[in-house]
Design a protein around this ligand. Sequence first.
Ligand code: NAI
Length: 675
Amino acid sequence: MSETVQVEMRGTIAFVTINNPPVNATSTAVRADLLAAVERVQGCELAVLRCAGRSFVAGGDMSEFDAPPVEPHLPDVVNAIDNSATPFLAILHGTVLGGGFEIAMACAYRIALPGTRFGLPEVNLGLVPGAGGTQRAPRLLGWKMAVEMACLGQLKTAEDLLELGAVDAISEMPDDLIESFRGRAFQRVSERRLDTGLDRDAFMDQVQKFSKGRKGPMHNLDALSWASEDYTHAQPRERALHLELRQSQESKALRHLFFAERAATKPNVLSDVQPKQINHVVVVGGGLMGAGIAAACLNTDRSVTIVERDKPSATKAQETVAGLMQGALKRGKITQSQLDTRLSALITTDSYAAASGADLAIEAVFEDLGAKRAVFTALSNVMTKDALLATNTSYIDPNEIFDGVPNPDRCLGIHFFSPAHIMKLVEVIRADGTTNESLATAFSFAKSLRKTPVLSGVCDGFIGNRILAAYRRAAEYLLADGALPHEVDNAMRTFGMAMGPFEAQDQSGLQIAYANRRRQDATRDPAERYVAISDRLCELERFGRRSGAGWYNYPDGKTPAVDPSVTDLILQYSDQPGLSRRAFSATEIQTQLLAAMANEGARIVEEGIAANEADVDVVKTAGYGFPRWRGGPMHWAKTQGGEAMRATLKTMEKASPGSWIRADRYQDKFKQVRS
Ligand code: NAI
């Protein structure tokens, strides 16, 4: 027997321990050893199955998913446990996920340690479970919880399962209970009969809403519905679907992102760097972003000081943060006592003196270089020389912001996304002087806020907003050449974006991008095509939804409605020499806008601003509503292939000569050879 599974005989009870750090994934070795262990325990009265380390089996070994499956397959192992003449007692702790939960459900009895959590997260990878998970879950948990776990990917607690009789006991001292299971009657879960079939209609709305264009949730609903059939007949069907889905674009995209997110949040350059502890955070500017950042910090039980420009603004900031906390209380995310504790850890003031003891300052004042520089001068006068200084700027070069600040090694960008207490993405921006220790501290801080930090170098808009600018530019070119905003938005929503580019602009407001374009006027390449439709809207004070109108009208205050006057404005704009309008299909719109994003992303990687393509995909999926199940723009471009990308970029260059700089990797082949 190899080291991944140990069997120890104590009288007539066998103790089987899986030991495959870090999370006891069901690798080929574990499956083979476990199968051998099942044979070995035959003849015993009871086999106790548990895992060493921090968790029971928390899933399969995803690195094996791209290769053909190797024997023994997990369903064979799980069925061997199910059919074993010696009943298995599972002792569960940590997170019992995927294959781990499938193994646990095949055991005759289950004891959970307090705090154990259970899940079938295959849906999050575009898969269905492949070892009887969808067949045993309804038999053990009933349809409702089975749907919540398999289709919606929800985690459940030991208490949830105890209530349904799906675990036999919750205990801190499971060993004390083992004896009581000796000889206890049981019925195999696979042999249980369900009283009713799956009422698909009852769950359809919920599953569809969760799906957002993905197929995984519905596949899981299908597989669950087979649980009304005989197990031996339905389980191979589930397995076949699991194997088929491993090859699907959706699953490949989601698996790509799973690895991309893990890698992005642990950059190689920071692997040996020790982060510093951040206890007290000062946020300068308590507006939309500052209040959200403050709330995110308070949620991790840190002390937070907001410095505002005057007393009324400080009071307003206090109210905004309190409002965010009240919202969390209403949604049941926090208790009244948590709210009270967190708000008591907040100070709002108009005096920098209160910032003196803080470990980290995050500046979120108006997007104005002078204002930001004044903030850091004031901060460096009161804070210690090694306190971290961060700007939340969207576009301004942090090197200019920090120019003249003592100890530039501790200066960097920590760029949150709106709403900052909710959005996962944080870009950590390395300025010229920033040390790895400062970056590592920002990463560790962002992760403690349950965010997804991604490292970015300095360029206009960093990774995310720079790609956004290319995407919006391509979208405006389409308007000038024949498309209308709602056609573009519909096409991108059909692709899976949370919102189309124009409704998204209306949502966040057109002002910041407008101001940024004015900043770029002096340096913009005169050969680059500039479509000024968005500028015209801003000149008409149509700044988006909050100002009452933007690309759309908002008759009820929130739902966009096509405005004929905007259509007229676009038609008039196109009525100029050299422009002629034509129809664009949804596919053409999608291909061009995605190619614009991927091309800009590739340039960002080639310039060394992003470490790799996967980081770009994490930025777009975690912060910009790019559908996760499409893997991100770089993954999408790979699925298209270089040839198709070059063809699309050529079409776009022909329509807007001199306006697109093609990334090296999308240059024509002969040029690549020559360069
Ligand atoms: P905002 O206008 O909502 O808030 C700015 C706050 O700063 C106001 O409360 C203002 O009173 C305060 N302030 C201005 N000057 C100050 C000073 N000298 N000292 C102290 N407080 C001062 O602006 P918002 O949207 O929160 O943006 C703040 C920063 O975050 C900008 O740099 C912006 O580019 C960036 N950002 C904005 C995002 C967004 O979606 N709005 C997303 C990511 C970054």
